[in-house]
Design a protein around this ligand. Sequence first.
Ligand code: IPM
Ligand code: MG
Length: 363
Amino acid sequence: MKIAILPGDGIGTEIVAQALRVLEVLDLRFETETALVGGAAYEAHGHPLPEGTLKLAQAADAILFGAVGDWKYDKLERALRPEQAILGLRKQLGLFANLRPALCYPQLTHASSLKPELVAGLDLLIIRELTGDIYFGQPRGRRTAVDGHFPGAEEAFDTMRYSRPEIERIAHVAFQAARRRHRKVTSVDKANVLETFQFWKDVVTEVHAQYPDVELQHMYVDNAAMQLVKAPKAFDVVVTGNMFGDILSDEAAMLTGSIGMLPSASLDRQNKGLYEPSHGSAPDIAGKDLANPLATILSLAMMLRYSLDQAAAADRIEAAVQAVLAAGLRTADIWSEGTTRIGTRAMGDAVVAALTGKAMTPS
Ligand code: IPM
Ligand code: MG
């Protein structure tokens, strides 16, 4: 079994390094191979997703991905920007199912921007469709308007679209996930305005007929954004399209105290997956030993569980993270009065120590 390691840009290299230390100490004997991606790949090879990196990702059994992006690439033509690397990997590898759990650890309820009682015990799973919608719909571009409010003016446009099979397969993922949880799915749409999402709602409703044991609720995306901050614990599984999922998953992440805690999995039909923290490359804190490596370490746990058939090892990592939090160790993003602030590397040390049964003292 081979794991492709794609650290990327910004804090990506620091956080992935800590996850690799965790993998090493588990002694599972997976082969790993590292490649450049994003801005780092652009600098070295002139492209954010070089052929060699794509081939490695295709050949591997699973991919551990850090983060890509830096403001300094904002002026590049779109095809060469770092974000194209992750979008390209999702598309080329058919990683259509993005699982973004938002779990509020009991030790971190005070790090949330919401009142502790609203988030204590929060455990929801956002399932975001990842290879369709307005992210990938064609045509898109710039042109001269022929109609609208300003005929003759320069305009830009994108295409929102979903096909029946794309909606069906993500709906199945959601209903099946709900069966392993609290049997409730909230499908988020904008059926009151958009044709694409009326179709989404219709198809999800049809697929639901095969899951009579799971409760299905439909919710407009604006209301979902509101309910997420009003009563987040009312959700179990949330399934939605690519763009709404992008937005709602950041919102859900913040409920838990820090986006620095949240892992994600992007799976294809065979459960081969790319695993990455839900957060971005945070160039402002890169190289300063400030980033929280826990989302990446927890992404490694998800990889072991979903793609590499190592559930016991995944449990061990998750327990180690809990132990580290219980010991009061915190990176800056989750620090609060009365806890010990440590850096990226020391957080890696602490998880490794918890896994190997050594005492946990910040280094
Ligand atoms: C995410 C990110 C990406 C997205 C960007 C980096 C292209 O925000 O994974 O949520 O929009 O999907
Ligand atoms: Mg996003």
